[in-house]
Design a binder for this molecule. Structure first.
Ligand code: F6R
Length: 258
């Protein structure tokens, strides 16, 4: 995997601290608007904890624009399992980012067009990322599903896919049932997600993976080194992305070949 950029941190907290520092440096040094692509789930929680500590009380964040990766269909913003609620609790309620500059897919208008109008995502963090472009600086944070999904682009997603409504796989619904009282039937069956091409268009991408549960998929993803896009493994689009850094903790890196 010599052409891939892989950073291994001691644990999830060290991972969160490093990624948060990267995003905070981008935000605090920017002379222009910054566009951050953000993820939900368990993986980014330590990132947001450290990011709040770094940015709270830092004054003006009126240059920051955010675009979240995905949102469940059918959950109101005040539903505790909605991604809007998650982001409000973990990040937005602590920071002074103008509400009009916080975006989720599934609202009015064309999401990809809105991202383009903001200047494009400079950094896509799949579980963390920072990007700088001509007019804007951005960061996209991404996690990865145990089946290799990014956002809610499940196995079989086309390389050219854009923001759209998708059906969640059984595997993803089983994995996410932990947030719905363990009841797969109560776990949403559909979502709106940025597409594979939407994510890959970010100038810079950080994919984060923590915990032993991600060791197998990270070995599968990184084991083959840089290669072509494989629809069965949507995260493989990042193997050819020149601006992608894979941030893992030691547990998620345990099955990587030395
Ligand atoms: C979340 C998202 C998903 C998660 C992935 C991993 O916005 O798009 O792709 O990143 O399912 O979830 P966790 O971090 O909970 O293991």
């Amino acid at each position: 995997m010599s052409s891939l950029s892989v950073v291994v941190h001691q644990d999830a907290d060290a991972f969160g601290a490093a990624v948060a520092r990267e995003i905070a440096d981008l935000v605090l040094s920017a002379q222009k608007p910054v566009v951050l692509g953000l993820a939900t789930g368990s993986t980014p929680i330590p990132v947001y904890k450290h990011l709040v500590a770094l940015l709270q009380g830092q004054g003006d964040l009126s240059h920051v624009h955010t675009f979240n990766l995905d949102e469940y269909e059918g959950l109101a913003p005040d539903n505790e399992q909605s991604y809007r609620y998650f982001m409000h609790e973990h990040l937005f309620r602590h920071l002074s980012i103008p509400p009009s500059q916080i975006h989720f897919p599934g609202g009015a208008g064309d999401y990809d067009a809105q991202i383009a109008a903001a200047g494009g995502i400079d950094i896509q963090v799949l579980l963390v990322i920072v990007v700088c472009c001509f007019h804007f600086c951005s960061s996209q944070l991404l996690g990865i599903g145990v089946n290799g999904h990014i956002g809610f682009n499940e196995p079989g997603s086309e390389a050219g896919s854009r923001t759209r409504r998708v059906e969640l796989s059984e595997e993803t619904r089983r994995a996410n049932a932990r947030f719905f009282g363990g009841d797969v039937g109560a776990t949403p069956s559909h979502a709106i997600t940025m597409g594979v091409a939407t994510i890959a268009a970010a100038r810079r991408v950080v994919l984060g993976a923590t915990g032993a549960g991600k060791a197998e998929i990270m070995a599968r993803l990184l084991g083959a080194g840089a290669g072509p896009y494989t629809p069965e493994l949507p995260a493989s689009v990042l193997l050819r992305h020149a601006g992608c850094v894979f941030h893992l903790d030691a547990a998620a890196a345990a099955q990587l070949k030395k």
